[in-house]
Structures are given as C-alpha cells and as structure tokens.
Design a binder for this molecule. Structure first.
Ligand SMILES: Cc1cc2nc3c(=O)[nH]c(=O)nc-3n(C[C@H](O)[C@H](O)[C@H](O)COP(=O)(O)OP(=O)(O)OC[C@H]3O[C@@H](n4cnc5c(N)ncnc54)[C@H](O)[C@@H]3O)c2cc1C
Length: 421
C-alpha cells in the first residue's frame, strides 16, 4: 500500500462499527479527507452480529445498507479493512499512527462468486458466530459484507487446499503471496470508535460458563436466534441440540459488581427484554428474567411494558447466587433469594443466558491527550459509540456525529493556521 495516503489534514477513524461508519461519513460528507480503519474483514462491528435490534426489532443490515450506499458515493472517504491500528502517538494536529495490515489473500478483483470456498473443505471457527459454528477456510464474512470480498484464512496458505482455492478463482483474485505489513501514517485528528467487547463470562465463577454447556452469553444467544447463525435460528441448547423451552436470563452478569465490572453496561436490560421476544416468537417456550432492577429509560419503557404484558415472560427480582447441573436431564437449577418475597428458590431451566457486561475494546497505548475513565472508556469529544460508554446503536450514532464535529473543527483550525503562515 502507498504510504502517503494521509496528511495532517486527514481525519482517521479507528473502528468500522456503526459509530465509526457514522463518524467517517459525517466528516467525509462535510468535505474532509477521512480514513476509516477496521481490523476485521468487513465493516459493521458488533451490530452486525445481532439478530435484530431494539426498539424497532429491525435487522441490523437495514441501517447498514443505507450507510454502505453513502460510503460508495463518497470520494473523500477511504475504507481500509483488515487494518488494525496498533499505536497512536503525538497530539492533536500531528498524530503518528501505526497500522498493521493483515493479509486477506484476496485482492479487489474478487467477484464474490464463491468458487474458492467450493474448492476448500477445511473449516475454521466462524468469528461472526463467536465461534459457535464453523465456516470454510475460504469464506465471505457476511452475506452483506463490505467490501464484498472473500477471505482466505492463513491456516490454508502454503497447503494443497490454498493451492486449490487459487486455481478455482477464474479472475486471479486469490493472492497467496500477500504478507502482513506495518505502515505509519499521519493524521490531524483521530476519532476513537473502537467499540466494546463482551465481559469474559468464565470469570463469573458461580454461573459456570465454560463448565456448564447450557449456560451461554447474550451475544451467543443473538447468533442462535439468527436464521443465518449456527443453528439456523433454532433456539437450541448446546448440550444435546434440544429446543429450549424454559429460558432464564440473568441480568448484570459481570456488571455493577466490585469483583468484575463496576459500571452498569446499560444495554443488557434492553437486550434481554428483546431476547425474550425471540423466545416467545420462536416457539411455545417461556422466559424468566432474573434482575436487580430493570433499566429501560425514555422510549424504551414502552418496550419494557409490552414485555411485562407477555404471559410467557416472568420476572424474578433477584441476583442469582449459583447454578447447578441436573446431570440426568442437562437442566440447570438456579439458586437464590427472591428479594420481593424474601423466599429462597431453586428454579429449573433448560437454557441460561448471561447478560454479560460491555467492556471497552482498546488494545493499545493512548496518546497523552486522550483520557479514559475508571472503567477504561474514553472521555471527551473524540470518542464515538461504545468506545465512550456502553451505548445503544441510536446513541452511538449521535455520539459519532458529535465526534465528527470535533474532528472537523480540528482540521479547520489546522488548515486556517497553515493558510495564515
Ligand atoms: C447482547 C447485546 C445486544 C444488543 N442489542 C442491541 C439492540 O438490540 N439495539 C441497540 O441499539 N443496541 C444493542 N446493543 C448495543 C450495540 O451492540 C452497540 O450499540 C454497538 O455495537 C456500538 O457500536 P460501535 O461502533 O460503537 O462499536 P462496535 O460495534 O464494537 O464496533 C467497533 C469496531 O471497531 C473495530 N476495532 C476495535 N479496535 C480496533 C483497532 N485497534 N483497529 C481497527 N479497528 C478496531 C472492531 O473490530 C469493531 O468493528 C447490544 C449489545 C449487547 C451486548
């Protein structure tokens, strides 16, 4: 890749989730030169891994489609995928940015015909499905991927399978010689849209994630519900593939807890309320939500009220103390105290979904002018979306617009100073 792709009048957006896409578009549509760097093979971030999103219950691809059209129409915006920002130094007006470009082994000639995938039989864990399912080692990351281009996994490069994938491509798009590259660019302003990651549920010892097969996380449940996901949209339990009929949702799994994440992840209540809808729509199954308090503010309260009216959804005000396994059935017994009646319970469920907290995803040292709060979220105007705090999609887009304005005014100031001197 040519090294002079940016100047001190370029805005760099780190992260191509909904927040990064929105910030990049806002700035580019105002006439600024923007680079959007995304470490994955496609844009969309974690929103693309949701089945549907509240409050309207629409599919994430609806919102994405409009943005992709805007991206294709904008010449000021350069999108770099498989490009991980690994270091940013300097200060506003003159940042130095180090980026690692991971090889896709497929170039821009790709027509997404899928012949390379047909020629390959080895499989790798499907990252989109949080590893719940598998995909071929030559794969299209998503049916609506941007860029619409296959990826050849490094595990088959240098093997007979890799050679077959290359031979199968009739347009010469498979390039097994691509190597990882590190480049350095400059940027006048940086927008941090690095998003979030789910809290590691195996650290919450009493809930047995990783040990009890039928305890899964809320992000995994999104993939189960999706017809394009690992179970074809069937809400089945991992231990035996049986349809789940009695699902427990445990709130604040890792959030608002001194031993784990001190902050409230805010989204989890709404995410679980939404997921009870997946359960009631899919079958004659029922849901029970174990909660400390439900945080559904503003217009989300209507959504909460509707779920409360659903006879298939039960609410228990309690922090579940422990989960044990009934070996004969694979069912799980949830133990705790219902704080409304102050009685102990030992409730049986066939699937447990942990509403895991959201942690900031920031795997690098920050320049001096970027500050984080005690939970690691970035403070100030240059953070967009969940990099700034646990935000839903709507609020992520709002914060992205605001970050774009900060960055635009930086560049405006730089060019005004340079014009004057
Ligand atoms: C279980 C669950 C369900 C949810 N359901 C809903 C819902 O129904 N409705 C709703 O509004 N919200 C929902 N949310 C919240 C929603 O997922 C977030 O609002 C959204 O993902 C925030 O987008 P983002 O762009 O800020 O972050 P992300 O989606 O995390 O995107 C960040 C991007 O940055 C990239 N990145 C990170 N570091 C680097 C780097 N160093 N270099 C390059 N790229 C990098 C990542 O690969 C990623 O693509 C849910 C959350 C959870 C936990």
């Amino acid at each position: 890749m040519e090294k002079d792709i940016a100047t001190n009048q370029t805005i760099l957006v780190i992260g191509g989730g909904i927040a990064g896409i929105s910030a990049a578009l806002e700035a580019a549509e105002c006439g600024r030169q923007v680079i959007l760097a995304e470490r994955n093979a496609l844009l969309g971030g974690r929103t693309l891994q949701l089945y549907r999103y509240f409050p309207k219950m629409c599919h994430p691809t609806c919102g994405l489609e409009i943005n992709l059209r805007r991206i294709k129409a904008n010449r000021n915006l350069r999108v770099l995928t498989m490009t991980e920002v690994v270091g940013v130094s300097g200060r506003r007006g003159s940042y130095r940015v180090k980026m690692k470009i991971h090889p896709r082994h497929v170039n821009e000639k790709c027509t997404a015909c899928g012949e390379c995938a047909s020629a390959v039989s080895s499989e790798i864990p499907n990252r989109l499905d949080y590893g719940l399912g598998k995909t071929r080692a030559a794969y299209l990351p998503h049916a609506m991927a941007y860029p619409m281009r296959y990826v050849i996994d490094p595990s088959i490069v240098g093997t007979e399978e890799g050679r077959r994938a290359k031979e199968a491509c009739r347009v010469g798009a498979v390039d097994l010689e691509m190597k990882e590259e590190t480049i350095e660019i400059e940027a006048g302003s940086v927008i941090w849209a690095t998003g979030w990651k789910p809290y590691d549920a195996s650290k919450i010892q009493p809930y047995g994630y990783g040990r009890l097969a039928n305890v899964i996380t809320s992000v995994e449940f999104e993939r189960l519900a999706d017809p394009a996901g690992p179970s074809g949209g069937r809400l089945v339990r991992p231990s035996d593939g049986k349809e789940a009929k009695n699902v427990a949702f445990i709130q604040c799994a890792g959030s608002r807890d001194e031993n784990h994440l001190r902050h409230c992840s805010r989204i989890c209540c709404m995410a679980s309320l939404k997921q009870t809808r997946y359960v009631s729509e899919a079958s004659d199954a029922k849901s029970t939500v174990y909660y400390i308090d439900i945080r559904a503010i503003d217009r989300f309260e209507d959504f909460y009220r509707k779920v409360q009216e659903d006879p298939s959804v039960n609410f228990v005000k309690s922090k579940v103390a422990s989960i044990s396994l009934d070996e004969s059935s694979g069912d799980l017994i949830l133990n705790g105290v219902d704080t409304e009646g102050y009685h102990r319970y030992a409730n049986r469920h066939d699937l447990v979904v942990l509403a895991v907290g959201m942690e900031p995803e920031l795997g690098m040292d920050l320049p001096e002018d970027v500050v984080t709060d005690s939970s690691g979220f970035i403070e100030g105007g240059y953070a967009a979306g969940a990099a700034s705090s646990p935000l839903d999609v709507n609020r992520s887009v709002q914060s992205a617009t605001s970050a774009a304005l900060f960055a635009i005014s930086d560049i405006h100031r730089i060019s005004a100073t340079e014009d004057a001197s």
